[in-house]
Design a protein around this ligand. Sequence first.
Ligand code: WT7
Length: 651
Amino acid sequence: MPDIESLLKEKRVFKPAKDFSRQANWNKKTAAEYRKLGEKNPERFWAKMAKENVSWFTPWKKTLQWKPPFAKWFVGGKLNVSYNCLDRHLEGENAWRRNKAAIIWEGEPGDSRTLTYGQLHREVCKFANVLKGLGVKKGERVALYMPMVPELAIAMLACTRIGAPHSIVFGGFSAEALRDRINDAGAKVVITSDGGFRRGAPFELKTAVDEACKGAACVEHVVVVKRTGEKTAMKAGRDQWWHELMDGASADCKPAKLDAEHPLFILYTSGTTGSPKGILHTTGGYLTHVTTTAKAIFDLKETDTYWCTADIGWITGHSYVVYGILANGATTFMYEGVPTHPGPDRFWEMIDRWKVTIFYTAPTAIRTFIRLGDEHPKGHDLSSLRLLGSVGEPINPEAWMWYHRVIGNKKCPIVDTWWQTETGGIMITPLPGAVDTKPGSGTLPFPGIHAAILDEEGKDVKPPNGGFLAITHPWPGMLRGIWGDTERYRETYWSKWKNIYFPGDGAHKDKGAYYWIMGRIDDVMNISGHRIGTMEVESAIVSHPDVAEAAVVGRPDEITGTAIVAFVTPKGNVDAGPALADKVRKQVTREIGAIAKPKDIRFTDALPKTRSGKIMRRLLRDIAAGKEGVGDTSTLEDFSVLAKIRESDED
Ligand code: WT7
């Protein structure tokens, strides 16, 4: 994590190139105009965007109804997200897009499929009818647990077509995690596949669904996409193949006219306490936010081949692989597998072969590529690229400069975009044709977004001091709540200050009013740009019968940004050592998924605690980062002496 000291020393400034600005969707003039309007009257700004970028069946009556902390945007308006992503590209002056590529997909083994807007529309209508045939009604939830295949996007759009909110669970999560999410959302149908390809081999998904369904009575149907062709057990009466259901389905399905505040999807994300939160997003505001930001920040043009490397199972994939991109009528490229298969140059080879023009990825990936060596990108023609993006965690200036130099050939603007699952769309970002960039800074809030750096009391912190990032005015893509838990919504986001949203990030502004995001200030870790709660990992570990107690903290890691370190106290009669460490890792993989597996496991006969019984997390973080003592997994470490020295400090 970059510290304030080193970031304050960052003085490099990159101005947008004249020829980029000249052709940009939002040039300096429009950007300045929108910024002014957004500052003075955010509602008017967003209403203008909603009119320009989104198609409505019925216009709204009131732009914003704000009864803190509950917002309603575009009250009374009616629309449909799948209509906006598909139908409107087949009508009127856009009708030529019928045979334009909507999705270009490549599987890890090298197979590929292209779906034009016309074809995608047909598939979505058919699958919407399949869902109806399975008894899915407006408002009923559908869970999606799939690899990165076009059917995932088809299923999402089909859900929105009939007004069934989807809940996508990233394929890397375990059966246990899937079961909890299915139950919390009360999903009636689960859509999955026999598996997918990763690192050169097929992986399974359906068995996890079977496992999850054992404890999920709400599930009536499971639809299975055939992807790998591996042997798959099908439960009679519950499971059906996607292709068989699609075979007889009609391609005629009218998009439902949905209220602007109709639930669009639920997406679970980790918090500081307890179980993951089901973040709820609704229709009109979300679509306005993601469509507008995609157009302005990625400068989407008809001729672009846009590639966001995120899995659709995360918010980045929802907003900027699928909805924001297709709503603009652009071509979205989708890839199934890992960046390093069959070789370390897979991404660059694909950019070259498909002539990708816009590339949006995460700092953790960039740092991995740096380590793999410049010869891999340099061995391919990347001259098709015209814009680069970064998302998920703070990008360190060195990684930014490498991205700029080696991937962008010093000619591509870089947009470092700050946002969250909860914000729905991008919040703080450069506008590529209008805003000077500084390596490591997200620059300025998007027009219509009101941000600040505040202290505990909610007072403005003077630049360049650090404080809490805050969003001081509602925005259209904001979460509307936590599924089934209004109190937690209030408590988590709106209790720190009055009527101001608390994102949980530390940040500071420089003298030029640029934002520099420092990362999470709570007990949430950011592993490779993915959020994992320390408590979640701790409860997974203590669910193992050999473990008495556990504390989990993050430590800096060169590639993943943060690595998970678990301090584990075994039960009295259990030996500490590699065998137990292995069991602990397996337990976490079983309970949550491999992404939450601790990198370091350190055994201790007791966790350091304050007199009041609180685990001394700051001490553990220092120990984990190697500031105190040396780790050795074969013996029990004793932190009691350190704890005594530190006690007054932590209390
Ligand atoms: C957290 C949100 C929506 C992006 C994918 C992650 C961190 C995200 C940046 C950035 C610095 C960033 C924050 C935020 N983060 N983007 N450009 N610079 N930090 O979504 O899982 O909801 O995590 O990711 O800490 O709070 P998420």
